[in-house]
Write a protein that binds this ligand. Structure first.
Ligand code: PEP
Ligand code: MN
Length: 274
């Protein structure tokens, strides 16, 4: 038995399916379908967030994303609207009927995040923040655990184990690219890790081609590759005006680009489930 006991495939028969209740119909992740999480990197303002949510809500998105607490490399960059951002996410959920996911960076903010949102994200930079992992392990909401920017697959699965071991079995793993010697892309998307983690674990695996590549034109081809490799879903950044985005504009799709990608993904999904 591997050290990541509860995360390991040997732990149970079949794949874990994670259900997220929603007014428009519950979302199930890991049932052989492709779950699409989409939205801007950050919640920038109420008007902008509700506008983009309304633009994409009928384009094939299952779950809306948006950061209210942003981990930024520079302390001078826009770091999110914090609780105001969470309230905007909750308003978008009420408006669209879609569930919302957002990142939590600090255990002190966890209660607020779980109060307003349907799913919690642990970002790459916090993959080994063990105090935070244990705390989300005590939460009731599903958790998206992103792979650390320099984490091995085993370290990622052991980080996941912290959450399961603390009592929360609703974890979705997310490959978001790792740091390599390659400099032309923001990160190197480890597609093989998707297939590997599907072998090693019973939990669902997503791919984030936006942070994985950092380049808008690469998001669609890498999304298709992710699904072909067995991913259970995608996390994609979309902005109504990417050039004006306060974070990650260069990797954000326009709603039109997202619509065409989501249509392709739904076609590939049919091949996968049939
Ligand atoms: C994000 O999803 O906005 C984000 C910051 O992702 P990561 O933690 O993968 O960099
Ligand atoms: Mn981002």
């Amino acid at each position: 038995m591997p050290a990541y006991k509860k995360t390991a495939r040997q732990e149970q028969l079949g794949n874990t399916q994670i259900r997220i209740p929603a007014r428009n119909g519950d979302i199930t992740i890991g049932a052989g379908n492709c779950t699409i999480i989409a939205g801007p990197c950050s919640v920038e303002s109420r008007d902008k967030y509700l506008e983009v949510a309304m633009l994409i809500k009928d384009m094939g998105v299952d779950i809306l994303r948006g950061g209210a607490y942003k981990p930024r490399t520079s302390p001078y960059s826009f770091a999110g609207l914090e609780e105001e951002g969470l309230k905007i996410l909750a308003e978008a959920r009420d408006l669209t009927g879609l569930p919302v996911v957002t990142e939590v960076m600090d255990p002190r903010e966890l209660d607020k995040v779980t109060y307003y949102c349907d799913m919690i994200q642990i970002g790459s930079r916090n993959m080994q923040n063990f105090a935070l992992l244990k705390e989300v392990g005590r939460a009731q909401k599903p958790v998206v655990l992103k792979r650390g920017l320099a984490a091995t697959v085993e370290e990622w699965l052991l980080a996941c184990e912290y959450i399961l071991n603390a009592g929360n079995e609703k974890v979705i793993l997310c490959e978001r690219g790792i740091r390599t010697f390659e400099k032309m892309m923001r990160n190197t998307v480890d597609i093989a890790a998707v297939a590997l983690v599907k072998e090693l674990s019973h939990l669902p695996v997503l791919v984030d081609p936006s942070h994985g590549t950092g380049i808008r034109s690469l998001v669609a081809p890498v999304s298709r590759a992710a699904i072909a490799a067995g991913a259970d879903g995608l996390m994609i950044e979309v902005h109504q005006n990417p050039d004006q985005a306060l974070s990650d504009g260069e990797q954000s799709l326009t709603p039109e680009m997202f619509s065409s990608l989501a249509k392709d993904i739904r076609k590939i999904e049919q091949l996968k489930v049939s």
